[in-house]
Design a protein around this ligand. Structure first.
Ligand SMILES: NC(=O)c1ccc[n+]([C@@H]2O[C@H](COP(=O)([O-])OP(=O)(O)OC[C@H]3O[C@@H](n4cnc5c(N)ncnc54)[C@H](O)[C@@H]3O)[C@@H](O)[C@H]2O)c1
Length: 332
């Protein structure tokens, strides 16, 4: 049985991946997570004890990383500082974790000859005009806008250089916006859902025209497993499920499923440098590796996600007051 070392496995997408991998394969998983404000052990409850181990620690801790990477077959690297808004107010942790943390991991993977998969975002490509017929492909030049996306771009380039200069056995993936269970309430969809549960009107940045390309976290997980299994070393694969929606449409859908009028939201000041549109062309992943998304009914996915937040208030309630206090200071 192969062992995966999953960094950031107590975060949103990492924890969804751990559940998915343990349910759908016979792999065993070790999670390395620092448990920052974004990590939550409650997201890893109920996993099979004989196939799952949790280690609390920092990916910048070279000694710990070296030991764990030396004991594993494949590293799947999700750990990151991930919230754009935070990166605009305090960029430093983004440099530490996203750049130095990635460097620490790939040094260990190179030393031990360990297979490495690097998780990244479509935000490294910057944004598209709302009416642009183009979508991002693996050939799109990097043009990141925020401290978050620029540090992710930097981490991608480190991995590619380690492949070329040192023969690191790595693949990379850049995915569009994820939604699903276990996402921190600071993020757009869970924030709106939990606001409506609390009787608070949802908040829309600016006119709500910004377009995101949504994918269910389970589809991201199945794509990552496929790349680990069949991906070509040194290659980048874009992951997307053709889920383009503007933010206003998403809020209206949430309100519809929660029994509220379509216009029951407030507009708040826009985020500086807010990217207009992201859109992914995932042809390479589909044609070369035969991957298909299975959860591409967004209407149904949002309904299921609302149900999850209604049923799991004990999971998100401890984050809510602090998150809203932070947004209030920013006028959002
Ligand atoms: N959320 C999205 O829509 C999206 C889309 C594409 C790619 N990604 C990428 O997926 C990855 C995970 O994103 P997410 O939304 O789940 O983030 P998240 O903020 O929910 O989780 C990040 C996890 O990393 C851990 N962590 C942070 N710093 C660490 C450190 N120094 N050492 C060890 N652990 C540390 C945190 O405790 C947390 O559990 C990131 O690399 C992100 O760039 C996210």
């Amino acid at each position: 049985m192969q062992n995966l070392l999953v960094t950031g496995g107590a975060g949103f997408i990492g924890s969804n991946f751990v559940h998915y991998a343990l349910e759908n394969t016979n792999l065993s998983v070790t999670v390395l997570d620092k448990l920052t404000y974004a990590g939550n052990l409650e997201s890893l409850r109920g996993l099979p004890e004989d196939r799952f181990t949790f280690v609390q620690g920092d990916i910048c801790d070279a000694e710990l990383v070296d030991r764990l990477v030396g004991e594993t077959d494949v590293v799947v690297h999700y750990a990151a500082e991930s919230h754009n808004d935070n990166s605009l107010h305090d960029p430093r942790p983004f440099l530490d974790t996203n750049i130095i943390g990635t460097y620490t991991l790939i040094e260990a993977a190179r030393k031990h000859g360990t297979r490495f998969h690097h998780i990244s975002t479509d935000e490294v490509y910057g944004d598209l005009e709302l009416d642009d017929p183009e979508r991002f492909t693996e050939q799109t030049p990097y043009n990141p806008s925020s401290p978050y996306s620029s540090t992710k771009a930097g981490s991608d380039l480190l991995v590619r250089a380690w492949v070329r200069s040192f023969g690191l056995q790595a693949t990379l993936s850049n995915c569009s916006n994820n939604y699903g269970p276990y996402q921190h309430v600071e993020k757009f969809i869970p924030r709106q859902i939990t606001n409506v549960i609390d009787g608070v009107r949802p908040k829309l940045y600016g006119a709500g025209e910004n377009v995101r390309d949504w994918i269910h976290a389970n589809d991201h997980s199945s794509a990552v497993l496929r790349i680990i299994e069949k991906g070509e070393i040194g290659q980048t694969y874009l992951i997307g499920a053709d889920g383009e929606k503007n933010n206003k449409e998403v809020i209206e859908l949430i309100l519809k499923h929660m029994g509220q009028p379509a216009d029951a939201y407030d507009q708040v000041i826009d985020r500086p440098g807010h990217d207009l549109r992201y859109a992914i062309d995932s042809t390479r992943l589909r044609t070369e590796l035969g991957w298909e998304p299975k959860f591409s009914n967004f209407d149904q996915g949002i309904e299921d996600t609302i149900r999850w937040y209604r049923d799991n208030e004990a999971w998100w309630r401890p984050q809510k007051a602090q998150t809203e206090a932070k947004y209030k200071v920013q006028g959002q």
